[in-house]
Design a protein around this ligand. Structure first.
Ligand SMILES: [Zn+2]
Length: 458
């Protein structure tokens, strides 16, 4: 006797694809294949893939961005995640400037409590690093937070120097945590921003021009060198281009413990999107910026060759009609970021449709590897007995056009508006409970639980 039986579906894991029924007892997967005598609830998955729920390890919900707050909070953001096929997120919990890390965590707990519709963990985002904060880092793994993010750009605000990065890396190594960096050379970006503004070049396109691939590659290479010197484990967030990826590959070849991700937008958008008519380019302002078609191909190949760990959304949503408008006469004032928490899963699946990655690789990248990398496995990210019953029933035969009207986030645009995509998330279960039915959210805000994460092996 099981509580829920998913029958007639095709189970896909990163290791293979096979026809099997899946039985759920309570919050866990209790049986895969074999015969089932009885079930309280039967879900017919005829013609559908049964996939592990997506794991998105890079989101910013209810977060400050250039003096404003993101449009999505934990409720709208996680409902959108669920409808898109994602059942676990790792959000960036932020220290307030001048504040302690503990205060940042308490603050994030308040934002998530009663609102999260999917399970969530935190990375610690540290915009104000100093000696006392360095000492506080060691307390974070005890609270289930085993990754710390620092900025190599953002001159005059969050940017840290090499000395601070070295000290954070040494501490992270001591306490079994991963260092994450936003890798762009902040001095180079600042220099170019000032130059363009002084020449009257204020349009969104200059956001990309002021953040060249070499500035990203230089910072990536430097972070990897510092990780090599300290013996720390490093995770480079949002790798956008071939030049930065080259540095990651070189680091791996030297034996440095360096991991990296790319994001949905680097696989589908280009610099040309920043040059759309009027001020429309502001919708595509995020850092590092969108690059070229050639870079997209390099990133897809890196996914195919298992060089990158995952594709995250870096969901950081601000509305176009009011929030993005603040930068109308100065591209440096446009709040950075774009929505994508709901689109990530289906867009990465397009790599399967076009033959760039296999179906099993898709499952690995969208769920299994990010779960393993960030200390959530085996509970999350794969379909196995005893694991959380986080499942997506996916129809590979249907297709649709992405339209903001059909998305569930609280922002007034999708960067992928009008894009035709194959496949559809039909149903989603989180810990055995159905939270999406026929593409619509049927769960409840507050059902999402905090994910305390394991220390990383360094
Ligand atoms: Zn981010």
């Amino acid at each position: 006797m099981v509580d829920t039986l998913i029958t007639n579906g095709i189970v896909v894991t990163n290791a293979g694809t096979y026809r099997a029924d899946v039985g759920i007892v309570g919050e866990q997967i209790a049986q895969i294949g074999g015969s089932f005598l009885r079930a309280q609830t039967v879900i017919d998955a005829k013609g559908l893939y049964v996939l592990p729920g997506g794991v998105d390890v890079h989101t910013h919900l209810d977060a400050p961005s250039l003096g404003m707050m993101t449009a999505d909070d934990f409720q709208t953001g996680t409902v959108a995640a669920a409808c898109g096929g994602t059942t676990s997120i790792i959000d960036f919990c932020q220290q307030s400037p001048g504040g302690t890390l503990a205060e940042g965590i308490d603050n994030w707990d308040k934002k998530a409590l009663g609102k999260a519709a999917v399970d969530y963990g935190y990375h610690m985002l540290i915009p104000d690093f100093h000696d006392r904060i360095a000492d506080e880092l060691a307390t974070l793994p005890g609270r289930g937070i085993t990754s710390f993010k620092l900025f190599m750009s953002g001159k005059g605000s969050a940017m840290i120097d090499d000395q601070a990065l070295l000290s954070a890396m040494a501490k992270a190594r001591e306490c079994g945590a991963l260092i994450m960096v936003h890798a762009e050379n902040g001095d180079a970006v600042d220099f170019l921003q000032r130059k363009f503004l002084s020449e009257g070049k204020t349009a969104p396109l200059y956001h990309a021009a002021s953040r060249p691939a070499r500035a990203e590659a230089e910072a990536t290479s430097r972070a990897i060198a510092l990780a090599e010197i300290t013996g720390a484990a490093l995770y480079v967030v949002h790798v956008s281009c071939g030049e930065a990826l080259e540095e990651v590959v070189r680091g791996k070849q030297r034996g440095v413990n360096v991991l990296a991700e790319t994001c949905t937008h680097y696989l589908f958008l280009t610099t040309d999107d920043l040059d759309r008519k009027g001020f429309e380019g502001a919708k595509f302002v995020f850092s590092p910026p969108a690059r070229s078609r050639a870079d997209q191909e390099v990133l897809w190949r890196a996914l195919r060759n298992n060089v990158l760990e995952t594709v995250s959304s870096d969901h950081s949503s601000t509305r176009y009609h009011d929030q993005k408008q603040v930068g109308r006469s100065d591209f440096t004032k446009i709040p950075n970021g774009l929505p994508g928490i709901e689109e990530r899963f289906i867009l990465l699946y397009q790599g399967v449709v076009s033959g760039k990655i296999s179906l099993e690789q898709f499952v690995d990248l969208v769920a299994s590897r990010p779960a393993r990398t960030f200390g959530l496995a085996p509970r999350k990210g794969t379909i196995g007995i005893g694991n959380d019953a986080d499942l997506v029933l996916f129809d590979p035969a249907s297709s649709r056009t992405i339209s903001n009207e059909n998305l569930h986030h609280a922002v007034d645009y999708s960067a992928y508006e009008g894009m035709r995509v194959r496949g559809r998330v039909v149903s989603v279960l989180l810990r055995g409970k159905q939270i999406v039915r026929d593409g619509e959210f049927c769960g409840e805000a507050g059902y999402g639980k905090f994910l305390s994460r394991e220390r990383v092996e360094v």
